[in-house]
Design a protein around this ligand. Structure first.
Ligand code: ZN
Ligand code: ZN
Length: 129
C-alpha cells in the first residue's frame, strides 16, 4: 500500500510539474526540478511517466528541440514558436489556428483530422539582439 501511494505521488508530481510551467520542459528539466523534493526519483521514472501521459493525452509533445523531446501541459490547440539558437519554446496565444486549414487538410487526406500542430521556428527576441 505504502509503495503504491508513493508511486502515485510521483506520478502526480510529474504531471503537475509539466502543467505548472510554461517552459515546455524536457524530461531532464522535470527531473532536476523534482529531485530535491523526491529523493528516490529516477530519470527513468520521469521518462516513463511522460511517455504515458502523452499516450493518455494528458500532455502533448512538441517533438525534439535541439535533440531533446519537449512537452506541453497545455493540451488546448495553440501555436508555438521555437528558438533555434537557445531552444526556448513560447506560446503564441494571440494567433488563432485557422479552421479552414484543418478542413482543407481533412479534404486533402480524405479522412478526418484528430490534431494539428503549428510551429514557427527562428530566433527569439533575446537571441536576435
Ligand atoms: Zn533564443
Ligand atoms: Zn505550448
Amino acid at each position: 500500500m505504502e509503495q503504491k501511494n508513493k508511486r502515485f505521488k510521483k506520478r502526480d508530481a510529474i504531471l503537475d510539474c509539466v502543467r505548472e510551467t510554461k517552459v515546455h520542459p524536457s524530461a531532464d528539466w522535470v527531473y532536476a526540478r523534482l529531485k530535491p523534493d523526491i529523493s528516490d526519483l529516477s530519470l527513468g521514472t520521469v521518462y516513463r511517466n511522460l511517455a504515458l501521459f502523452k499516450e493518455q493525452g494528458l500532455i502533448t509533445s512538441l517533438g525534439t528541440v535541439k535533440g531533446v523531446e519537449r512537452f506541453d501541459g497545455n493540451t488546448d490547440p495553440h501555436v508555438h514558436f521555437i528558438c533555434c539558437d537557445c531552444g526556448a519554446v513560447d506560446d503564441l496565444m494571440e494567433i488563432q489556428l485557422p479552421t479552414e486549414l484543418t478542413c482543407a487538410a481533412a479534404a486533402s487526406c480524405g479522412g478526418s483530422i484528430q490534431s494539428s500542430q503549428l510551429i514557427f521556428t527562428g530566433k527569439c527576441r533575446k537571441c536576435q539582439n
